[in-house]
Design a protein around this ligand. Structure first.
Ligand SMILES: *[C@@H]1O[C@H](CO)[C@@H](O)[C@H](O)[C@H]1NC(C)=O
Ligand SMILES: *[C@@H]1O[C@H](CO)[C@@H](O)[C@H](O)[C@H]1NC(C)=O
Length: 347
């Protein structure tokens, strides 16, 4: 920061501010940016956008877009989570809590800025969700650059997977045995393995989900991810599904989820959390209810959710499993000075 002898008191002041600002988890103030995981640069990009007069939609687009460029944890943006064929494909969504408009893309190929394309779907079509090759063509027509999303890193992940007999693997009830061999696969009778699920690394799907709220309580939410490493081509997770990956309603608040999307999307956790807040639940309790609902059917699912209401109160919850006992998320509001990484203990 500043050169010379002034830095010691300045550092002490920063320390005091840090101590003061890290204590009140759930301390409310508006405007607010909150997102999943310790993706601080994304939070700060969104916050900066709000501070410079951007709308909540701009903030969510900027914040998630920052993660796409920075390839947050390798699980957002290009060059991560190669599918069974080695290709990176992207899912993203943005939701306007004032108008309840949603724009989303899924299985998007060759375009880096998935959240930007999601916003274009919302603003330049009357549709909600575009997928696959046609979504890429739409994006190109709207001025987005088409480029290869493969990097040396994603290529290596793919090649290592091939070398390791295609493990982990998300197929079941096929021949040859997908727990031992690579494809191509054919259906195998009888269908017996109902619950077998490849247990993915908890860090292979750290989707960014973000909620932004302005002084007037206007809410937007969004997500961006490259999905699950080694997924079956065409697989779409919870992120681009309204009510699953995220949800926003300016008369209540917003929520965004992360984790095992294949399971979580069956329960619309973000929608459930917002409805809980509508019925009077505080944000932490709303988040817990959404996690509990899934837990009842999938006790060992990997997942977490963030929730915020229109007075800027927020909370989070996660399912406690081996290797995942705390969930970190990031908040910016006028109390935090800069962005702050907070955590909740999973239950
Ligand atoms: C990727 O690998 C190729 C061949 O090994 C190498 O020439 C290239 O510089 C690498 N690119 C990056 C960005 O590391
Ligand atoms: C948001 O949640 C807090 C904490 O439960 C509560 O005090 C506040 O009234 C809620 N705000 C709204 C608008 O419901």
């Amino acid at each position: 920061m500043m050169p010379g002898g002034d830095s010691a008191p300045a550092i002490f002041l920063l320390f005091v501010l840090n101590v003061l600002t890290c204590l009140p988890l759930g301390h409310a103030s508006l405007p607010l940016v909150i997102n999943t995981w310790p993706f601080k640069d994304a939070t700060e990009a969104a916050w900066k956008s709000l501070q410079s007069g951007g709308t909540v939609l701009d903030a969510v687009e900027k914040g998630c877009g920052q993660c796409e460029e920075a390839q947050c944890d390798g699980s957002v943006g290009y060059g991560g989570s190669p599918d069974e064929r080695g290709e990176t494909t992207l899912d993203a969504m943005i939701m306007n809590g004032d108008t309840m408009e949603v724009g989303a893309v899924a299985d998007l190929r060759r375009i880096k800025n998935a959240i930007g394309v999601a916003r274009a779907v919302m603003e330049r079509t009357t549709h909600t969700l575009l997928v696959g090759e046609s979504a890429s063509l739409f994006a190109e027509n709207m001025g987005f650059t088409a480029e290869d999303l493969t990097t040396n890193k994603s290529l290596n992940i793919f090649l290592e997977w091939l070398k390791g007999n295609c493990q982990p693997n998300y197929r079941k009830n096929v021949f040859p045995d997908p727990s031992k061999y690579c494809g191509p696969y054919k259906p195998r009778a009888p269908v017996t393995d109902k619950q077998t699920r490849g247990h993915a690394n908890v860090h292979s799907h750290d989707t960014i989900g973000m909620i932004a709220m302005d002084q007037g309580g206007r809410v937007a939410a969004g997500t961006s991810t490259n999905g699950m490493t080694h997924k079956v081509p065409g697989r779409v997770g919870d992120s681009p599904i309204a009510g699953a990956g995220a949800y926003a309603d300016s008369s209540v608040g917003g929520a965004a989820a992360t984790g095992d999307g294949d399971v979580m999307m069956r329960f619309l956790p973000s929608y459930l959390a917002v409805e809980q807040m509508r019925a009077g639940a505080d944000p932490s309790a709303a988040c817990e209810t959404a996690i509990s609902r899934i837990k009842r059917h999938y006790a060992d699912f990997f997942g977490a959710i963030i929730c915020a209401n229109t007075t800027g109160h927020y909370g989070a919850a996660c399912n406690k499993i081996a290797g995942f006992s705390q969930f970190r998320f990031t908040v910016s509001n006028s109390e935090t000075v800069t962005s702050r990484v907070l955590h909740v203990d999973c239950f």
